[in-house]
Design a protein around this ligand. Sequence first.
Ligand code: ADP
Ligand code: ZN
Length: 526
Amino acid sequence: EGGRDRFVGLSPREVLHRVFGFPAFRGLQEQAVDRVMAGDDTLVLMPTGGGKSVCYQVPALCRPGMGLVVSPLIALMDDQVAALRQLGVNAAALHSELDGDEASRIRGDLFNGRVDILYVSPERLLSPGTLDRLSRQQISVIAIDEAHCISAWGHEFRPEYRALQTLPEHFPGVPRIALTATADPRTRNDILTALAMPEAEVLSASFHRPNLMIAARPKGGEMRQLVDALQKHRNDACIVYCGSRARTERIAASLREKGYPACAFHAGLSPQEKRAALHRFRSGEPIVIVATIAFGMGIDRPDVRTVIHLDMPASPEAYYQQIGRAGRDGLPSDVLLLYGGEDMSRARYWLDQSNAPDSEKRIMRGRLEAMIAFTESTSCRTRALLACFGEGMTEPCGHCDNCRAPVPTFDGTQAARMLLSAIYRTGQRYGALHVIAVLRGKPSDNISRAGHDRLSVWGIGKDKTETFWRSVVRQLIARGALMTGDEHGGLRLNEEVARPILRGEEEVRLREDAVEASARNSRSTG
Ligand code: ADP
Ligand code: ZN
């Protein structure tokens, strides 16, 4: 132990070694730390996992006084505090979920100047009692974590963050450092304006991960596709993300049957099971973790060689964060996304049904659409992904699937019109299978009962395979021309997008490889 300022006088590098155990600063960390040490304001833009915490934790200890960290998420605060305590740093968190005893213990420590770094939620910080207490302390640095929360433009706007602009009045002369993984220019300007720090230097790390080989493919026999992708990683650490707990269990079991050291991970496991899985993952042995997004926090095995998504994430931000767990050691790593039209329409449906406020839904909808557009993109994927974060790339990356093998497209206007008409004429309430059977003229009881074998669209698409039509369905869903009207998978037209296509006013280019991939698969599975 020892007093609060026991690290003052050590250089930032020494604190980095002694307290955090890291041999050297990474990327922009050193620049950020130097700014704070000099007493200047800074905005740090770094992808998740980039190492933002060090940027304020090191100067918080090196400068005299207590470091103050504003953070919006209680779970995150508690994690950080626990991690710092393990390193021998006296960290504490003040937020609304503390019980009375905890809160008064922390107040006691504060009063006695024993706290090195205090995490605090914005509403708690700005409550009169707390402000009063804190402004009597010497503060070494004020860090504003997840600073994009101050921007109404961003996806996680928190009105409480707005009041942070009064910080300089309460803590004059204390350097501030704002940090975020959201890099679009509009959010960045909002942060600088809202925090009233026009002089701040903006330190922006590139979000480009040149060692990630990004690929995305339509689903078609996902187990076979998964095994194909894992083949070259038999002796590696791999992560497979799935959308549901039940799926992680099922997929892990099938992989084990095929001889892979697979292990499911999700929030429903008991603490012991979780610990056992994490232990195996961290041990360095080959392993395939089949997980829901519950697997993420605090995962930093550097040699994960592949991250595979069997279900589409809800946003490019989530996707970026998850694939970012591959190749932390900088060595080439493969990331593969398998996507399907059902995923897309299900995600849209649940978003529509959610109780979130409209403003929030609109933003989530925008992110989902960006994710969908990414899957069907026919040009450089890295560029498409970075564009979501406001980062431009002049040259295509050269290491994604589309760069390595350019995607042929074909004129699918006629096929799209046939499909949209068939959906319209059957009353916009049947799923893809039914509609495709009508197009291909495949008789069934359901079809004759509904009289669909007497429609003008009956059999007009019989020269194409079922997999061809499935691919057209998926690509029209991706394009927004089709949507699922209910949870049973009934397809409906989205008038605005579908009408110009139906009228022949708009050309529809479709990816050829998608059609071929599904066709190949349907042949191999019979
Ligand atoms: P962020 O907040 O940007 O998502 P973190 O601060 O949580 O990132 O850091 C991500 C990971 O990188 C952590 O596991 C951390 O221990 C590690 N890390 C951070 N800085 C360094 C460094 N200089 N050297 C080695 N590892 C580091
Ligand atoms: Zn590329």
